[in-house]
Design a binder for this molecule. Structure first.
Ligand SMILES: C[S@@+](CC[C@H](N)C(=O)[O-])C[C@H]1O[C@@H](n2cnc3c(N)ncnc32)[C@H](O)[C@@H]1O
Length: 275
């Protein structure tokens, strides 16, 4: 069977799990053949020799298992990152956190010291290390598998000298007093929220933030303020702007602004504390 015929044959099997079934079949084929799109399309009428392997992957994908876990890659901010089961898959809206951090840090002359809480696959820290010349980052997580993967991504992008990965529950193992900015995309979904099937394959400790959902975010705000760190940038749930605005009343902030994601949902905030 040719590549073209194989794509046609399997497309129907994925139509209930993705709105781009044919494209996903091609992605799986490219992964198996270790080829790119141009190669695939030039060779569309050649025989496809990995039908058995493809069948297995398509079957798994048809259960809603994320394609990124099958191919072990995901793109974020224009770069390719390694992803593995047990660690959250990067989401496009998290790119906005990077833009917000760059906006604050663009004029800083000296070394910038950043703390990332909940680094997961390391996408935020690695991107900041790639985009900011003079930066030192401490990236913490409670998931050892995530820290290992984040380190692999730092090595892949040649920024391992700029980032220290550390096992820590929030600020517990962070005693440094020179941090300029904390950044975090913490778990922020309420514990009893019923996840869509595709997300259910991702680690629950990367998703659920407590019985209301914003508990970890509030802890991060409180501890960042106590540590006398000037800036805090976080991603949050679409319905958390009001409770967090209320919570912020007790702190001495210079400013706080909320931002929306690409679909116009409230998605995060930047706080500047009075130092
Ligand atoms: C939503 S994921 C974000 C991962 C990555 N930064 C990203 O944006 O794709 C949240 C991460 O926070 C970590 N985490 C959860 N609770 C934590 C805690 N108390 N302290 C540190 N990290 C935590 C999880 O293991 C997970 O890797």
């Amino acid at each position: 069977m040719t590549i073209k015929e194989t794509v046609k044959k399997h497309t129907n099997e994925l139509k209930f799990v993705t709105h781009i079934p044919a494209k996903e079949i091609e992605i799986l084929m490219m992964f198996l053949l270790e080829k790119n799109t141009i190669w695939l399309h030039i060779n569309y009428n050649e025989e496809f020799k990995k039908e058995k392997e493809l069948e297995k992957l398509v079957k798994k994908r048809a259960t809603n298992y994320p394609i990124e876990y099958l191919t072990n890659k995901a793109s974020f901010y224009g770069e390719i990152f390694i992803v593995k089961e047990g660690v959250l898959i990067p989401r496009p809206e998290t790119e906005l956190l990077i833009d917000n951090a760059l906006e604050i840090l663009k004029d800083k002359k000296e070394t910038v010291n950043i703390l990332e809480i909940g680094t997961g696959s390391g996408i935020i820290s690695v991107m900041l290390a790639l985009l900011i010349k003079d930066v030192k980052i401490i990236a913490v997580d409670i998931n050892e598998k995530a820290l290992e993967l984040a380190k692999q991504n730092a090595i892949k992008h040649n920024v391992e000298d700029k980032i220290e990965f550390r096992l820590s529950n929030l600020y517990e193992n962070v005693s440094e007093t020179n941090i300029d900015l904390t950044i975090s995309n913490p778990p922020y979904i309420a514990n009893d929220y019923k996840l869509p099937l595709n997300v259910a394959y991702e680690p629950s400790n990367a998703l659920f933030g407590g019985s209301v959902g914003d508990e970890l975010l509030k802890d991060i705000i409180k501890h960042t303020n106590e540590r006398n760190i000037e800036y805090l940038l976080c991603e949050m749930g679409y319905d958390q702007k009001n409770p967090l605005t209320k919570y912020l009343e007790q702190f001495n902030t210079k400013s706080f602004t909320f931002y929306q994601d690409y679909e116009k949902f409230d998605r995060g905030f930047t706080i500047q504390f009075n130092k």
